[in-house]
Design a binder for this molecule. Structure first.
Ligand code: CS2
Length: 442
């Protein structure tokens, strides 16, 4: 049931690297179910907002066409951190990325930023009117970042194209920032089976999620928008403190749990957080390392927010895997953890728990074979590592700190941080019992 009863809107769904979801949705006329798992779950729901599903990899032209269509008013992006292809050192578009270069050279665009900018370029040519781009990913100032990447792409085009396109983007687009929060693990074969039993129908595109959901959106739209507030979205003038709280408290402790779990054979986040020591480490990260160095949004009670996060992690009906949350670490730890490390060091404090998370990530990288490490920087990370027989704390920590796509120079050279990382790395290496002891009594 549509909360706003407004049926003039619909969604064209676009998949990026894998065409699977588009392939599953097409024969179902875009219909799919959402099943909540855990306490307070609502009954299974059929969602009918998707009018068309396109594989952006197989049909980039259709994506460009859609973006330029006068009926399109809003583009939302949920493409994960690595989908943006930005250079963490500059915050700008990574112009050395092969796919970005190909998109700039005029081939059918395959990157999200390429498709978006080419779509805007055609929209300008068609004079199809203003449009809003809404990033929904876990990145600080995700709206500003997306705008910057689009403008970087436009600026890298030949001068006769880039000038007019940049001017059109400045005059006709809005890029509000948002904070989206809902844990949605990858759907498994068992989930599909369960949904089939509940529904009496097979849904290949079924989505399983926790009951909790939150969407805070900067009230900055170029044109019309659906009444998302009728379904619980919150519009506000400044999303930044909400995003920061989510990234640095929820996502950071999610990553910590994932790497602690991976180091000790825990398959899910719920299993990891049910371990007393790991739960204490998470609470330590949030309460000792993060809350003292950050400003919370008005109206958010820090301690209650952290307690709620731990409770959500404990949802054992969800099956959120440590492998999934631990994937793409090179793209996540900077945003989630290193700001906290920096702020603590600057304040003369010890980022004990944030350093534990980074050390646990390093250990995960050093102990996972290159063909099994799920990370876009696997090649660079493994090239930096010492030979397998030499992967001790003293060897691994400095070599991984040298990967400039992850650590900036000043942090990589901070003796206090290096000492903490080596300390934790050595402890993790000695096995889960010692690790638990050190966390609880260290
Ligand atoms: C998770 C997030 O996979 C991850 O890295 O930390 O996807 C997390 O589940 C969501 O941000 C929750 O809103």
């Amino acid at each position: 049931m549509l909360a706003s009863r407004d049926i003039t809107w619909g969604i064209v769904g676009v998949t990026q690297r894998s065409a699977t979801v588009a392939r599953h949705l097409a024969p179902q006329n875009g219909l799919f179910t959402v099943s909540e798992r855990g306490q307070g779950s609502a009954p299974v729901r059929v969602v009918s907002s998707i009018t068309e599903a396109i594989s952006g990899r197989d049909n980039p032209e259709a994506v460009v066409q859609r973006i330029s269509h006068p009926d399109t008013a809003i583009i939302t992006l949920t493409i994960t951190e690595k989908g943006y292809r930005f250079d963490p050192q500059t915050g700008g578009l990574d112009l050395s990325d092969e796919l970005v270069m190909a998109d700039l050279n005029g081939s059918a665009p395959l990157t999200a930023v390429g498709q978006l900018t080419r779509g805007l370029q055609r929209r300008a040519a068609r004079d199809a009117g203003p449009i809003t781009v809404v990033s929904c990913d876990n990145l600080p100032a995700n709206g500003e970042l997306t705008k910057r990447l689009v403008l970087d792409f436009a600026a890298a085009l030949p001068a006769e194209e880039s000038g007019p396109l940049t001017a059109w983007i400045e005059a006709n687009t809005a890029f509000p920032s948002t904070m989206v929060d809902r844990m949605v693990p990858a759907t498994t074969a068992d989930d599909l089976q369960e949904v089939e039993q509940e529904l009496g129908l097979r849904d290949e595109a079924a989505v399983v999620a926790e009951p909790f959901m939150q969407w805070v959106i900067e009230d900055n739209f170029a044109e019309r928008r659906p009444r998302w507030e009728d379904a619980g979205a919150v519009f506000t003038a400044d999303v930044a403190p909400w995003e920061a709280a989510k990234l640095r408290l929820l996502n950071a402790s999610h990553s910590l749990l994932a790497y602690l779990g991976l180091a000790s054979g825990k398959e899910t986040i719920a299993e990891a957080v049910s371990d007393d020591a790991f739960r204490a480490a998470c609470a330590g990260l949030m309460l000792d390392d993060v809350l003292p160095v950050m400003d919370l949004p008005d109206g958010l009670n820090g301690k209650a927010y952290c307690a709620q996060i731990l409770e959500r992690f404990g949802n054992s009906a969800l099956g959120h895997t440590t492998a999934k949350v631990g994937s793409d670490g090179s793209q996540k730890i900077g945003l989630r953890l290193l700001t906290t490390v920096r702020d603590n060091l600057d304040a003369g404090r010890e980022p004990r728990w944030a350093a534990l998370a980074v050390a646990a990530w390093m250990r995960h990288v050093a102990t996972t074979a290159a063909d099994r490490l799920d990370d876009p920087l696997t090649e660079a990370l493994h090239a930096a590592l010492p030979a397998p027989g030499n992967r001790t704390a003293d060897m691994v920590v400095p070599t991984l700190l040298g990967v400039r796509n992850v650590f900036d120079k000043s942090l990589a050279e901070d003796e206090r941080f290096i000492t903490l990382l080596k300390h934790w790395y050595g402890i993790i290496e000695n096995g889960p019992d010692g690790l638990r002891k050190e966390i609880l009594h260290g």
